[in-house]
Design a protein. Sequence first.
Length: 313
Amino acid sequence: MVREKRKGLCEGRAEEGLAFCSEALSRTVPSYSESEVIAPLRTIGFDATSSLKAAFWHSTIEESHQVGDLDFVSIALNTGGGRVWRNSEATPTDVGELTMQPFEGARWRFENPVSFLHLYVPFRLLSDVCESLFDRELRHADLSMPAGIRNDRLCDTARLVRSGLTSIEPTNLILDSWALMLAEKLVRGFSSHANRNVRGSFGKISARGIAHVIDYVETNIDLNLSLDKLAGVAAMSTCHFARRFKETVGVSPHTYVLTRRVRHAQAQLKATRRSIADIAATSGFSNQAHLTSTFQRLLGITPLGFRRSVQSV
């Protein structure tokens, strides 16, 4: 039995600009994480106020049932092993392909021991994205739930998220950004509104609004920032904020914050003798490895290499 949809999904704020919804930002655990006989090996975001939740699974049994959940869209990426069948459908999901969990739940059959990643995106977020892109309400019946999805933009995004989840301990802002990416791919590719013309420019954020956001980021650079919180500072919906921020600044909120964190770490590496682990924490990175990989990707040098280079001058 699918649990009843919670009331009061979206609460408006009496602030200048659009009301924004915080339902996507919650500690709610998806019912999809419940199974009769297997449990996830690892979960991400279940104990955090992030919009995206994720779980890694490995099954050595032949069959399993998962309950439904109206509040989340579940995307399952087959990451290794054999094929997977959903209910009595003839089309399997092979390794590297995606399948979606119906809102009413499903029974899964496994050919061999199978590993898979489930990504849980709040339906409320998809609804917000749909309204933002097409100015149309999204109902559960408007979303198709295919199996055996391959060579699709959604697959590419899911693989990107998997790579990130296995390489770093993701922050709330990263999880929120991934959730927004997945939500847009789902609405554009699998909703009944997909053939409509997408709204054009969303406009820019006012200079005052951008100044508030930038000041908030600089003041709270060491915190686990969320996309919803940054949108709240600008008094905008999450979807509108993300799009308008990029139109105004030229990069996504996540990229902007990541760049500022690297710059903050640079300044500390140059001016202090604090450990790199401490600098990672005070710059808002999830751990030292996250700082090192980001620092090297953006600047072409490791934090230690940078510190040695400035100390030798």
